[in-house]
Ligand binder design. Structure first.
Ligand SMILES: *[C@@H]1O[C@H](CO)[C@@H](O)[C@H](O)[C@H]1NC(C)=O
Ligand SMILES: *[C@@H]1O[C@H](CO)[C@@H](O)[C@H](O)[C@H]1NC(C)=O
Ligand SMILES: *[C@@H]1O[C@H](CO)[C@@H](O)[C@H](O)[C@H]1NC(C)=O
Ligand SMILES: *[C@@H]1O[C@H](CO)[C@@H](O)[C@H](O)[C@H]1NC(C)=O
Ligand SMILES: *[C@@H]1O[C@H](CO)[C@@H](O)[C@H](O)[C@H]1NC(C)=O
Length: 475
């Protein structure tokens, strides 16, 4: 432990002397030899054999701190509490092509956070250790493995032993298989994010039965099948539920409205059909509701819009919706983004949309809307390309809008307004289809900020806690 005779250590001598002066007596943070050796070996497993920890960092919890390693004191000895591997900061430890989990990982008995980002490359495939997780059961709170193309295999059932785990993030890896029902044993979980893998099978009901503290559930971008388990509706603390881009089907469980704290519900790109009527009625906190690309086939009248006063983002495109657009949607005062395009909607468009103070995107294209668009010129100017109404053959614009050149693309002049010699200019040409992700920054990365990649999920938690706090204040 006190061997600091290597030439490299002398480079650090001035710092050491400074440290020795400011902290008289022992300037080396006392550590168990096994703990220190385990730390070196674990890091070596990820970054390669050539990395010589004891040489470079003789005092890893003291004056030669390793980037990405945090320590804490327990009974007068220093232990590793956080380990973060991967190119997060410029001088972070980077992985070798043959990185692997050292079995000594499980000896770091005070490890609270393990974060591995962009480490396991696709050249050498690695799996999660299938056993020994119980050794970290007391300590491990955050397990965060992101963007590891070479991380393959399934989630080991043994991971369910981590009974103190609060955040499990396995995002954008190459994991496969069914979600083990043992995940339901992680009863302290506040955040479960498994998006961007190749998980298949059904969402285990156990997952929903027990995880009462869950705030964020993100299973998006996998190949999950079956329907949403009705036990989901018991997760009353849930703030974000994202299962977009899977193969889920069926109608939504009737109790879904019990998720009264939910701020985000993203069911895009699945095969959900039919709404059990009013099933979203209780979600008064909902801010973002994304249901596009589902063969829903219903009508907008089935939703209890007037309860969803806090909605800012509503994406209902490509859902086979029929019927008219209810006026109550145009009275959702906080709406910023509304996409109703590519459905079978009919009837007239309420001019009330122009009065929504925050509206910056309105997509109505690809429907069967009729009558005259009665928006003032300044509305079209404000919206620019984020207003779309083409491909509605029976929709028209008044002569005034035509004259000033503010008329929306692909909409003809109304017949009664037409001068006898002109034919109007119905254009069936499709301009680039609207893309919510580009036009309003609407994407999962927007909703879950990129800063969280670092493995420090406190930003998010603080955000969630703020929301919770606001809710508590209100009650
Ligand atoms: C690491 O460095 C120490 C001290 O310089 C040396 O004794 C040891 O053999 C080295 N270990 C490896 C694996 O190279
Ligand atoms: C939803 O809440 C109601 C009343 O609060 C309750 O009776 C029902 O069991 C809940 N549904 C689910 C699925 O939790
Ligand atoms: C709606 O949003 C406001 C402001 O963000 C918040 O204070 C209020 O609690 C929200 N309402 C509900 C029902 O969540
Ligand atoms: C569009 O609406 C008109 C009546 O407004 C109706 O005659 C026509 O059949 C509808 N077209 C489609 C494709 O639904
Ligand atoms: C366009 O107007 C001309 C006369 O100006 C008329 O002969 C022609 O039929 C019109 N075309 C359409 C599609 O209405």
């Amino acid at each position: 432990m006190t061997k600091i005779a290597s030439p490299r250590a002398f480079l650090l001598l001035p710092f050491l002397i400074f440290h020795a002066l400011s902290q008289p007596e022992s300037s080396i943070a006392p550590m168990e030899k096994t703990e220190q050796e385990a730390l070196y070996m674990v890091i070596q497993g990820f970054v390669g054999q050539r990395w010589n920890g004891s040489d470079l960092y003789p005092d890893p919890c003291g004056w030669t701190q390793i980037q990405g390693v945090s320590c804490d004191l327990f009974d007068g000895l220093w232990y590793v509490t956080a380990l973060s591997i991967g190119p997060v900061l410029e001088n972070s430890l980077e992985c070798t092509e043959k990185s692997e989990f050292s079995p000594l990982l499980f000896q770091l008995k005070h490890l609270r956070t393990l974060s591995i980002f962009d480490c396991f490359s696709s050249h050498e495939q690695t799996s999660l250790p299938s056993s020994n997780w119980e050794k970290l059961a007391e300590s491990l709170e955050n397990l965060d493995l992101r963007s590891n193309q070479g991380l393959v295999g399934g989630i080991p059932a043994n991971l369910g032993q981590l009974r103190n785990l609060q955040s499990l993030v396995l995002v954008d890896n190459s994991l496969v298989g069914e979600l083990p029902m043992e995940l339901g044993n992680l009863i302290q979980l506040k955040r479960l994010m498994l998006s961007g893998n190749r998980f298949s099978g059904q969402i285990p009901a156990s997952l929903c039965n027990n995880l009462n503290q869950l705030l964020i559930l993100d299973l998006s971008r996998n190949s999950l099948t079956g329907s949403l388990p009705s036990s989901l509706c018991g997760l009353s603390s849930l703030l974000k539920l994202d299962v977009n881009s899977n193969r889920l089907h069926g109608s939504l469980p009737p109790g879904l409205g019990n998720l009264s704290h939910l701020t985000l519900l993203d069911l895009r790109n699945n095969c959900f059909s039919g709404v059990p009527s009013k099933s979203l009625a209780g979600m008064e906190s909902l801010q973002v509701l994304l249901l596009s690309y589902n063969p829903w086939d219903g009508s907008l009248l089935e939703f209890e819009w007037k309860n969803l006063r806090n909605l800012t983002t509503l994406d209902l495109s490509h859902m086979g919706l029929k019927g008219t657009i209810p006026e109550t949607i145009a009275s959702l005062k906080r709406l910023r983004y509304l996409a109703l395009d590519n459905n079978h909607l009919s009837g007239v468009v309420s001019s009330k949309f122009a009065a929504l103070p925050s509206l910056t995107a309105l997509y109505l294209n690809g429907n069967n809307l009729t009558g005259e668009l009665e928006f003032p010129e300044r509305f079209y100017r404000r919206m620019g390309k984020r207003f779309a109404s083409w491909n509605n053959p029976n929709l028209c614009c008044n002569a005034a809008a035509m004259a000033t050149g503010s008329a929306p693309h692909g909409v003809a002049q109304c017949k009664q307004d037409q001068e006898p010699s002109t034919n109007g200019s119905i254009s069936n040409e499709r301009v680039d289809d609207r893309n919510p992700d580009q036009n309003s920054g609407l994407s999962t990365s927007f909703l879950f900020p990129a800063s969280s990649i670092s493995g420090f999920w406190w930003g998010i938690v603080v955000q969630e806690v703020m929301v919770m706090f606001l809710l508590v204040m209100l009650l």
